[in-house]
Design a protein around this ligand. Structure first.
Ligand code: ATP
Ligand code: MG
Ligand code: FE
Length: 329
């Protein structure tokens, strides 16, 4: 079984080929244009997808030594994401499937972030708990089977990836901010400055408070102080975010009595978070799963992995399908 998968939900145009459950490649074209605007500009994102998608798909096929006529189905991200961006991948997948007379598979982007754990060994066993942390979501998910997932905790306001990106913007570090804060944090003291931990009940997250406190901190201390203490500020801010994540993860693991723990999504690339999870795993005797860097941020490899499970279950969609920007799990 050979499938082509396409991801275009935000600002990465990506294509991957999966053969009998094995990922053959994962081509990702990241849109650099948004750096000039300090965030993703939806109109520019959809235009860039439109410009790049044929090249990216051709590269995936050629590199894998697969011709279009070898494909059994074409998968695409239906949502959640930006409508204009999703439309490009969806329309492309529909046209190609129509031309080849093969079935279409829709994939939920958040489910795919979780299923990235089935690309390489070791693979988690069911049920496991996954903390999905990305640019638009912060979710605690109980994964009962590849296609059965339950969100047991979410954010009441911003996603943790947004908390990284907005902080970087306030600090004048540019976009995307996560990797930049991560790098600076490694050289700073995490106890240098206190930032508030949010006090949300149960398994709810909140990141708007800490963002506001950073805004006041910058305003009160002034530009020069901020520049001179950048590494310490990043380290302190990042470690507070990580504490909030680990606290809720601990709570969820306890409530649901699960000891197999995974992290997924763009923020799971964060070195501080990966280290903190390893340390906590030792204390709690968790078995943990951390994805390869290429499968943390948006990529079609994870869409292909999800598509493989859908294909096995016989889940196909017809040509009337359209994107779902707010698609739920
Ligand atoms: P969603 O998956 O919720 O629809 P998205 O697809 O835009 O959102 P991803 O591509 O999964 O999000 O992740 C992007 C986010 O990950 C950005 O907020 C980015 O700053 C963050 N990120 C990437 N690398 C790191 C890192 N090393 N440390 C912290 N955050 C990071
Ligand atoms: Mg992105
Ligand atoms: Fe994503």
């Amino acid at each position: 079984i050979t499938l082509l998968a396409i991801e275009s939900s935000c600002d990465e145009t990506s294509a991957a080929i999966i053969k009998n459950g094995k990922i053959l490649n994962n081509i990702v074209a990241s849109q650099l244009i948004h750096e000039n605007y300090g965030g993703v500009v939806p109109e520019l994102a959809s235009r860039a997808h439109q410009q790049d998608i044929v090249r990216v798909v051709n590269e995936a096929l050629t590199e894998a030594g697969v011709s279009a006529t070898d494909l059994q189905a074409i998968a695409f991200t239906r949502g959640p994401g930006l409508l204009g961006s999703l439309l490009v991948g969806t329309s492309f997948a529909k046209a190609m499937a129509l031309g080849l007379n093969i079935p279409l598979i829709e994939v939920n982007h958040m489910q795919a972030h979780v299923l990235a754990h089935f690309i390489d060994d070791p693979k988690p066993s069911f049920p496991f708990l996954c903390l999905t942390v990305s640019g638009g979501h912060t979710q605690l998910v109980i994964v009962k089977s590849p296609l059965e997932m339950e969100v047991v905790g979410e954010t009441a306001d911003d996603a943790v990836g947004e908390a990284f990106d907005k902080a970087a913007k306030m600090l004048g570090l540019g976009y995307p901010g996560g990797p930049k804060i991560d790098k600076l944090a490694a050289q700073g003291n995490p106890d240098a400055f206190p930032f508030p931990l949010s006090e949300m009940p149960e398994l709810k997250f909140s990141f708007s408070g800490i963002k506001t406190s950073l805004l006041y901190f910058i305003r009160d201390k002034g530009e020069d102080f901020v520049k001179e203490n950048m590494a310490d500020i990043c380290a302190s801010y990042q470690s507070t975010l990580i504490k909030m994540l680990i606290n809720k993860l601990k709570k969820a693991a306890k409530i649901h009595k699960i000891k197999e723990i995974a992290i997924a999504g763009g923020v799971s690339a964060n070195k501080g978070l990966r280290k903190a999870l390893e340390a906590e795993a030792e204390k709690q005797r968790w078995k943990i799963f951390i994805p390869d860097f290429q499968y943390c941020t948006d990529n079609a490899g994870m869409i292909a992995m999800a598509a493989h499970f859908q294909f096995m279950a016989g889940n196909f969609v017809d040509q009337s399908v359209s994107p779902m920007p707010r698609m739920r799990m």
